[in-house]
Design a protein around this ligand. Sequence first.
Ligand SMILES: Nc1ncnc2c1ncn2[C@@H]1O[C@H](COP(=O)(O)OP(=O)(O)OP(=O)(O)O)[C@@H](O)[C@H]1O
Ligand SMILES: [Mg+2]
Length: 234
Amino acid sequence: MYLSINNLCFSYPSAKTETIQSFTIAIEKGEVISILGRSGSGKSTILRILAGLEYASSGSFHVQDEVIFDSKTFIQPEKRGIGMVFQDYALFPHMTVGKNILFGISHLPKGERRKRLKEALELVEMEDYENRYPYQLSGGQQQRIAIARALAPNPRLLLLDEPFSNLDTELQVKIRKELRDILKRAKITSIFVTHDEDDAHAIADRIVKLNHGKIEQMGRPCDILKEETKMVLS
Ligand SMILES: Nc1ncnc2c1ncn2[C@@H]1O[C@H](COP(=O)(O)OP(=O)(O)OP(=O)(O)O)[C@@H](O)[C@H]1O
Ligand SMILES: [Mg+2]
């Protein structure tokens, strides 16, 4: 398997119960996984642990047979080859779109940097926006730039935290399909978290339902009933 997360457990110091309980999943290369759960269920915490911003109390995480962490190993966040798109996109406001994207690939030779910048902008269909500043973009365009910035260093895994939370409903519906197309075009293995089951059903190859830090159900979108369907059936 391309990526495996085994028995991940975690508690914040003040927590009364375990924040994440034995989270386990194996993911194939190129698969798009959605972690779906209510506010406070632990979705962002899981992404933070995978990105290396928190230490799991136990469990392990492997990508392509390399140990990212286990009881003996902890690879530093910047060495993991993991891209992250935050809830508020976190673009640098004083930098143009181009500079935002180049930021994460400054270690590469100049020619290679230009090539990656061009590819990343093409992938999100924003080639003409290189010299704009974030405030000159719509919410949906900022989101696409945040994705381009995360993809430019060629990560092995992309994590997206509630990518639609800042968008109005109409834009959200349009961008859902775009996001799936971008991820599939980039052939990037991704995990995105959301509280919106329509997002999860429209974008993911597989959905993991999280309830109070525990996996409640896991399966393809067609195997996971939406709450509204459950109500109609009951
Ligand atoms: N830094 C922290 N210190 C202590 N507890 C925290 C901290 N961050 C989150 N928590 C708690 O851990 C639990 C999981 O939080 P988390 O942010 O992972 O939820 P979430 O599913 O991402 O929610 P949301 O949909 O609102 O973003 C919550 O009960 C939250 O209050
Ligand atoms: Mg969250």
